[in-house]
Design a protein around this ligand. Structure first.
Ligand code: CTP
Ligand code: MG
Length: 224
């Protein structure tokens, strides 16, 4: 499934982020293509702010594509997409805001999720990490050796993902990703190497960088 129902506040375009143009087509088209062209992928639910608008702009040619109205939070959007997905062994959850997801990463996540139940792609933290104190001073430097940044697609055995979302709903827990909801059940989440090319478009600078990567036509910069 694709989580694409965010408003893109930090991007500040005044339109839903997933429908903004990137490389001449809607942002969400890039990740939709990656999943719909993957031979191991079945139905794809895409949670968007307005299914009618999204299918008009992006198209609904592929019968495996299910548009669904998202919710106020990312977690609510994933739940809405879960509700329309048919029964299956594995479910991948991907952010539309990561257009450069590649075949090899999808393969690695599927493989690890099948073996371990849940899998998340991660990248090392490149910068020194500090905690700031109130008043404009550094409180401490945080050791970063064990820290990693979580990406999507995250993969799960379907029953585990559904159970994790149900439990989070019961407990009124709001997670920023899906792996977190599985972690709090005490279930293992495997890590697989992510890719810096698979970055999330959050700010206008990120969108400009993504445009530049596509314009350069340098396939080595993408495919994460
Ligand atoms: N998302 C979603 N439903 C929401 C909020 C977010 O499906 N209610 C999706 C976004 O569309 C995005 C992904 O979750 O693909 C990651 O969220 P983020 O990058 O934070 O996107 P936005 O929430 O749209 O951006 P912002 O936080 O700046 O408003
Ligand atoms: Mg957000």
């Amino acid at each position: 499934m694709i989580a694409a129902a965010g408003s893109g506040t930090r991007l500040g375009a005044g339109r839903p982020k997933a429908l903004l143009p990137l490389g001449g087509e809607a942002l969400i088209r890039h990740s939709l293509r990656a999943f719909l062209e993957h031979p191991g992928i079945g139905p794809v639910a895409a949670a968007v702010p307005d299914p009618g608008e999204a299918s008009a702009i992006v198209g609904s040619g592929d019968p495996r594509l299910l548009w669904v109205r998202g919710g106020a939070t990312r977690q609510a959007s994933v739940r809405a997409a879960l509700a329309v997905l048919p029964e299956t062994d594995l479910i991948l959850v991907h952010d539309a805001a990561r257009p450069f997801v590649g075949r090899s990463l999808i393969d690695a996540v599927i493989d690890a999720a099948r073996r371990h139940g849940a899998a998340v792609p991660v990248v090392p933290v490149p910068d020194t990490v500090k905690r700031q104190a109130p008043g404009g001073f550094v409180d401490a430097t945080v050791p970063r050796e064990d820290l990693v940044l979580a990406q999507t697609p995250q993969g799960f055995r379907a029953d585990l993902l559904r159970r994790a979302h149900a439990a989070a709903g019961d407990d009124l827990v709001e997670g920023t990703d899906d792996a977190m909801l599985v972690e709090r059940l005490g279930e293992p989440v495997a890590v697989v190497p992510g890719s810096r090319a698979n970055f999330k478009i959050t700010t206008p600078e990120d969108l400009a960088l993504a445009e530049a990567i596509l314009r350069s036509g340098d396939g080595s910069a993408v495919g994460g």
